[in-house]
Structure formats: C-alpha cells, structure tokens
Design a binder for this molecule. Structure first.
Ligand code: F3S
Length: 398
C-alpha cells in the first residue's frame, strides 16, 4: 500500500506510540485487503465498549492507547455494559461498574465523545452522502452505507480506533464503487405492518443473500425507525452491511436490478417469526430499543403506557442514548414510563449488558435483539410495540 511521506513518519512512531500502533493496524489491513492507499475520513464510531466483552485484557489495551492517543476526527462510542449513571437500578454489580468506568475513562482521555449509542446518526454523528467514515457497529454501518450513502467497512473495535487516531482508513471494500453494486434482486410481496415485520424481513433477506448486497423492490415507503430496525436485522442474519431499496435508498438509482431474484412473501415472514419465537408465556424482561430508540419511538411507548402499570413479575427496559433520554425528560415521556414501572437503560443494551443468568425470557421488537439474547441463554419472542407493552403489563405473552 502506498504511504505518503507523512504517513511513513507516523508509522515510524514520530507522533507517539498510539499513532504508531494504529498505523501498523491500518497498513496490515490495507495489505490484506489490497488497498492502494489510505483515505481521509469524516468520523469514527467505535464498538467494543462493554467491559463484559472487553475483559481485563481489553481494558489494559485501551489504557495503554490512552497514554498518548488522541482522536483526530469526530468519534463516538457504541453502547457500554451499563447505564453510566443509573447502573444500580439495572442490577449491575459494583465491581463490574468500577471496571466499566475505567473503560469509559480511557475513551474519554482519547477525546472520544461518550455517546454510548448504536444509533449515532440520531445524536449528531451524521455523515453526508459519499463521505468516507470508519464505523464499527454493524447496524449503524448498514444504515450509513445504505440509507445515508456514506462509505464504511464494518470495522472492528481496534481498527476503528486506529482510524480515529490517524484520521484515515485503508481504501478497500465498501469505500470503492465497484464493491457497492447489488448482486441479488429481492421482490418483496410480504405485507409490512408492524415494526417487528422489518426485523423479520431482514432475517429472511439476510439468510437468503448470504454475504451479498440485496437490491430490494416492492417497498413503497419506509420510516427511519423501520429502516433502523431492518438494517440491524439484515446484517445480523447474513448480508453485507449494505443494501439498496428501490425508490428509498440514495444509491438505488445508480443500479439496474440484478438478474438473480428471490421473493419474500407473507409465508416467509411467518416462518421467520416461528424460528425467532420460542415457546414460553411468562416474560422476565421486555426490552425495546434495539437499535437504540428514537425520540419518536419513546413517544409511542409513553402513549401506550400512560396510566398503566408494568407487571411486578417482569422488567421493562427502554434502551436509548442519554441525549435522546434528555429529550424524553423534557417532553415528560420519562415520567410516564417510569410511573408505569418502566426503566430507562441509557448508554447500554440487551446484548452488551451482563444479563446472562439473570433473565430466562425476553420479549422485544427486534430480530437482532433476539439473536443476541439467545447467546445470553434467553428464550426470545419478537412482536410489535403494542405486543411488547401488553406483555409488560400482563407479565405474560398471550
Ligand atoms: Fe444496538 Fe445493542 Fe441492538 S448495540 S443494535 S441495541 S444489540
């Protein structure tokens, strides 16, 4: 990979150890994937924030980088393993909280904004069409590439941090026009009625296109929240972090629909629900906000929960960024939800919080949430927001 004079100096360590290590990572990646140069980036989003996933080795790695590493571009963080303020309310133990706070301290020292959200585009890390970025959270990467038309590979935590310290990333993969073309046409005849249908659709398409880029036809309108949910699901279940949706996503006009075609019908969605939904009725946890809730979703939750009470046998969590929660505070949505017995899980989520062994079953609107909850040994059910609220009030899925 070609390096400028200045980049060679960085690689030699002339700007410190963190930058040197970062350059080593970027050059190694560039050489593996055949990049011919580094390109400048507009922003970074770093995953690998939860102490639950990092452990002590990850914490030590971050502390070492924080000694002299400072980010060069706007950099935000993925969810951490706990609500950074109200962790006790969510049943997090003190030792975990102490370690998680050390992780956050290290990121703060690097100059990273402690946003702790997987929907950075809702809180100001919003790239423009065609802008090169280096993001690592898969749902956000898919949203950025597909819905916004920005350009990013699905970075790992270390490669995203390396890009942040250098302000550049190797030019390969989804940064290049030739790798953004669709390879499978998907005709959707299924009806998409509720938010979880978008998760089910992502499940079906992700599994069928197998690491490809789908060109989706037959969908006339999609809201931001529906696209957010679809992005999380389609990449979790198997596609590349990119899709085109005719008439909806910005690059769909550039391409003709590919010849290879699959169809997604109502029966496919039914099969997706059958495979995601386990057989249980008592619900331990209901979690909404995967990806993190928008303010519109929180307003809908408040509307559905007004003057109602969550069952004492269950927990109801709303996962969102702290900034979106602050908007909810101002509109009194927080009051309504908390009066009903619901809890906000700011800065964290059902996949990265240490939940293994605490809950046997979870109900959510999110197909991705179900996928990761099964890794936490939970039984899962996916449904509409209304169905989730009913399950929370009754403590049962009916
Ligand atoms: Fe976000 Fe966690 Fe879901 S990172 S997409 S809420 S699994």
């Amino acid at each position: 990979m070609f390096l400028t004079k200045e980049e060679k100096h960085l690689l030699k360590g002339e700007k410190g150890l963190a930058v040197k290590k970062s350059m080593e990572i970027l050059v190694a990646l560039g050489n593996i994937y055949g990049a011919n140069r580094l390109i400048e980036i507009g922003s970074v989003q770093v995953a690998g924030v939860s102490y639950h996933n990092l452990g002590d080795a990850g914490l030590e790695f971050l502390k070492e980088l924080a000694r002299d590493g400072k980010v060069k571009v706007l950099t935000t963080l993925n969810p951490a393993g706990m609500d950074l303020k109200d962790w006790k309310k969510l049943g997090i133990d003190e030792d975990f909280a102490r370690k998680q706070n050390l992780v956050i301290e290290a990121f703060e020292k690097m100059g990273i904004i402690i946003s702790c959200t997987c929907a950075p585009y809702l809180i100001g890390n919003l790239p423009t069409y065609g802008e090169h970025i280096a993001w690592s959270e898969s749902s956000a990467v898919t949203f950025a590439n597909s819905v916004i038309g920005a350009r990013t590979n699905r970075e790992g935590g270390p490669s995203a941090l390396a890009a942040a310290f250098v302000g550049k990333t190797p030019c390969y993969g989804l940064h290049l026009d030739e790798n953004r073309a669709p390879n499978t046409r998907v005709d959707v005849t299924a009806e998409l009625v509720k938010i979880s249908d978008w998760g089910a659709l992502g499940y079906c398409i992700g599994k069928k296109v197998e690491n490809g880029i789908p060109y989706i036809m037959g969908i006339e309108t999609a809201t931001l929240d529906e696209l957010k949910s679809f992005c999380a699901s389609v990449v979790t279940y198997g596609s590349k972090p990119m899709f085109h949706m005719m008439g909806i996503t910005p690059e769909s006009e550039k391409y003709k629909p590919p010849k290879a075609t699959i169809t997604i019908e109502n029966t496919d969605l039914e099969r997706a629900y059958k495979s995601i939904n386990d057989d249980f009725s008592d619900v331990d946890l209901i979690c909404v906000g995967c990806p993190h809730c928008s303010i519109k979703e929180i307003s809908e939750i408040a509307k559905l929960l007004k003057n109602r009470k969550i069952s004492p046998n269950t927990e109801f969590w709303v996962a969102c960024s702290r900034l979106v929660k602050q908007m909810a505070d101002k509109r009194s949505y927080t009051d309504i939800i908390e009066k009903a017995g619901g809890k906000f899980a700011c800065d964290t989520c059902m996949a990265v919080a240490p939940l293994k062994g605490r809950f046997r079953s979870v109900v959510t609107t999110s197909a991705k949430g179900c996928y990761y909850s099964r890794h936490n040994n939970m039984m899962t059910k996916m449904g509409s927001l209304e169905e989730c609220i009913e399950a929370a009030v009754k403590g049962q899925w009916s």
